[in-house]
Ligand binder design. Structure first.
Ligand code: HEM
Length: 508
C-alpha cells in the first residue's frame, strides 16, 4: 500500500520552522460529547500540504487517559504500547530510568505529574497570525469540551536553543518511498535513511516487523474508516499513519550554564565557549567538533547547510579526542552501524574486527546501533533568549526559559526512553566510568555512592581530563506520552458507538 500523506498529521513530515509562532494547549476532557464534536470539525493539518504553502497548522494528540475520557473502549486502548498506557510519570522505575528523580521528580512537575493530561493541541502560525488562528480553532465548543491544564507558549529564538547553540540540525531522513528492503539484515554502516515504520505505525520497522498497535475487528468499523492492517488484512489498523508523541517541558538554567563555564575559563570568552561546545559536541554555529575550530560553518537554516553539517560519523574518532564520548550529540546519536567499524582495513583485519578479535575496535561494540534508536525532534523554545554575555552579567528578567521538547516515534520505549535512559542518563555510556549527559543530565550519585557530576575530555596521552562539580543545567517541569492519530483514526475515534459513555467524563 502506498503512503497516504493526506492521512498523516503534518508534524511527522515537517518541522514547520517558517511558522515561528507556536503555542501548545495541554487539556483535560471535561465533556466527552463536546470534545468529540470539537475533534470532528477540527481542521487538523495533513502531511500532504507542503510546509511552504501553509500559514497555520493544527495538530492533536491524546494520552491513554484521554482516549478513555473520549469513550474509546478499553479493549482498543490496551493494544497500545505498555509505556504509552502506563504514562511517563506513573511508575517509579520508569522515572528512575529517565532521570526523573530529585529536582526532576514528577511530584515537582507543574503538569503531568500526579494526573496525566488527556490531550495536547499544537498550534503553529506564520508571524503575527497565532492569536487569530487560536481564536478560529478554539471556537464555541472548546470551553465546554475541555479544561485547560496548562498553556505552553513558545518563543522564536531564530534557530538557537536557549543556551545559544544552533538546533534542529540533525534529523533522520524518513523512507517515504518505502525503498529500504523490509527484512532484518545487518547494516555495518551508519545510515540516516530510516524505515518509515520507525516513526509511523502500520509500516515495517528497522527489524522488518510491524510494531504492535491497536487492530480492530471490521465489525467495530462499520463505516470502513480504517485501512486494513498490512500484516493482518482481516483486521482494521487503528494505528496506521499514527505516531507516538513525547512532550517534556525542560527548564534551562542559562545563567547557571554560562556562569559555570565562565568561572572554569577564568572569564576568557574563547575558553568558556570551547568547554561549552565540548559538552554539546558541536560548535555554537552547529559544526561538528570533528571538523576542528577553523572549519567553515554552513548555514543550519538551509537544507543544504544541514546536510553538510550532518555528513559525518564518529568512526574516525574512536578515542573521542575530537568529539568527547560524553558530549550531548554523541550520546544522543552515536552514528554507528551494527558492527564495529572496519572501514579502511584489509580483508583479514575486517574479518577479525567483525568477529570481535580486534581489541581496539571493542569500544565500538559497547554502544547499541543507532538505527534502532532514532527520533524526530520537533521541540520549540520558550522564555527569554539571553546571549552568554548577558547571562553572565545577570541581565535576564528572571523569566523561566527552556525547551518544550517534542519527539515523534513508533516505539516510545526503544526510541525516546532508550535514548533518554541508556544514553543520556546512563552513567556508563560508551565505557565512561560515572558521568551523565553534561548538558541535560541529572547529577544524582550512583547507588555505590560514586559522583556523576563530571565530564571527561579524552587526551591523546594519559588519563582523560575531568571537569568536576558540574551543576544540573536542565530540569524537567512536566511531561506526558501522547498518541498522534492519523486523520482516519481520528474520525474513527470520534464516531465510535459511544452509547455506553456518560458525559462529562473524568480520568481513570
Ligand atoms: C533542554 C534540553 C536540550 C538541549 C538544550 C539540547 C540541545 C541540543 C543541541 C544544541 C543539539 C545539536 C543540534 C542538532 O543536531 O540539531 C542537539 C541534538 C540532539 N539532541 Fe538535544 N537537547 C536537549 C534535549 C534533548 C533530549 C531530552 C533528547 C532525547 C531524549 C535529545 C536528543 C537529541 C538528539 C537525538 C540530537 C541529534 C543528535 C545527532 O543526530 O547528531 N536532546 N540537542
Amino acid at each position: 500500500m502506498a503512503v497516504d500523506l493526506d492521512d498523516i498529521q503534518g508534524l511527522v513530515r515537517h518541522a514547520y520552522s517558517r511558522l515561528t509562532e507556536a503555542c501548545f494547549y495541554v487539556l483535560r476532557i471535561a465533556d466527552a460529547q463536546a470534545a468529540r464534536r470539537w475533534l470532528s470539525s477540527a481542521p487538523v493539518t495533513s502531511a500532504a500540504l507542503a510546509a511552504k504553502s501553509v500559514q497555520e497548522v493544527l495538530q492533536v494528540a491524546l494520552t491513554s487517559d484521554g482516549l478513555r475520557a473520549l469513550g474509546v473502549p478499553q479493549r482498543m486502548i490496551e493494544q497500545f504500547s505498555s509505556e504509552f498506557n502506563g504514562g511517563m510519570s506513573a511508575d517509579a522505575n520508569r522515572s528512575r530510568r529517565l532521570g526523573d528523580v530529585d529536582t526532576n521528580a514528577p511530584e515537582n512537575w507543574k503538569w503531568g505529574g500526579s494526573a496525566a493530561p488527556h490531550m495536547v493541541v499544537l498550534l503553529y502560525a506564520a508571524p503575527g497570525r497565532l492569536a487569530e488562528w487560536t481564536q478560529a480553532v478554539t471556537g464555541p465548543e472548546w470551553a465546554t469540551a475541555f479544561s485547560v491544564e496548562v498553556v505552553l507558549p513558545t518563543t522564536d529564538m531564530k534557530g538557537l536553543e536557549p543556551f545559544g547553540f544552533a538546533d534542529g540540525i540533525s534529523q533522520p531522513a524518513l523512507d517515504w518511498q518505502l525503498s529500504l528492503p523490509s527484512h532484518d539484515r545487518t547494516q555495518p554502516d551508519y545510515s540516516n535513511l530510516i524505515e518509515l515504520g520507525e516513526f509511523l505505525l502500520g509500516y515495517a520497522n528497522a527489524y522488518g516487523r510491524f510494531t504492535e498497535r491497536p487492530l480492530v475487528e471490521p465489525a467495530d468499523d462499520p463505516q470502513g474508516l480504517l485501512a486494513p492492517a498490512e500484516d493482518a488484512p482481516d483486521k482494521r489498523d487503528l494505528g496506521r499513519n499514527g505516531s507516538y508523541l513525547v512532550l517534556r517541558q525542560l527548564r534551562q538554567d542559562v545563567q547557571g550554564f554560562w556562569r559555570f563555564h565562565n568561572a572554569r575559563a577564568n572569564g576568557d570568552p574563547a575558553a568558556r565557549k570551547a568547554t561549552a561546545e565540548a559538552m554539546v559536541g558541536r560548535t555554537m554555529a552547529g559544526v561538528s567538533l570533528l571538523e576542528g575550530a577553523q572549519a567553515p560553518s554552513p548555514d543550519p537554516g538551509t537544507k543544504a547547510g544541514r546536510e553538510q553539517l550532518n555528513a559525518f560519523t564518529y568512526a574516525g574518532d574512536a578515542d573521542g579526542l575530537r568529539c568527547p564520548f560524553g558530549a550531548h550529540v554523541r550520546r544522543a546519536n552515536p552514528r554507528n552501524g551494527d558492527l564495529p567499524d572496519a572501514s579502511g582495513k584489509g580483508l583479514l583485519a575486517r574479518l577479525l574486527t567483525t568477529l570481535g578479535f580486534d581489541a581496539a575496535a571493542l569500544r565500538g561494540d559497547l554502544v547499541a546501533s543507532s538505527r534502532f534508536h532514532r527520533m524526530l525532534r520537533r521541540g520549540r523554545e520558550y522564555g527569554q533568549s539571553l546571549p552568554p554575555e548577558a547571562a553572565i552579567e545577570d541581565q535576564g528578567d528572571g523569566v523561566e526559559t527552556g525547551l518544550h521538547f517534542i519527539c515523534l516515534g513508533a516505539n516510545i520505549s526503544r526510541q525516546f526512553e532508550f535514548i533518554q535512559g541508556a544514553w543520556i542518563t546512563g552513567a556508563k555510556f560508551n565505557g565512561l566510568a560515572a558521568e551523565r549527559d553534561p548538558l541535560i543530565g541529572e547529577r544524582q550519585p550512583l547507588s555505590d555512592g560514586s559522583e556523576t557530576d563530571r565530564f571527561s575530555l579524552p587526551q591523546a596521552e594519559g588519563a582523560a581530563c575531568q571537569t568536576t562539580g558540574l551543576p544540573q543545567f536542565v530540569t524537567v517541569m512536566g511531561g506526558a506520552y501522547f498518541f498522534m492519530p492519523s486523520l482516519r483514526a481520528l474520525r474513527f475515534l470520534v464516531t465510535l458507538d459511544h452509547s455506553n459513555t456518560s458525559s462529562p467524563v473524568g480520568s481513570t
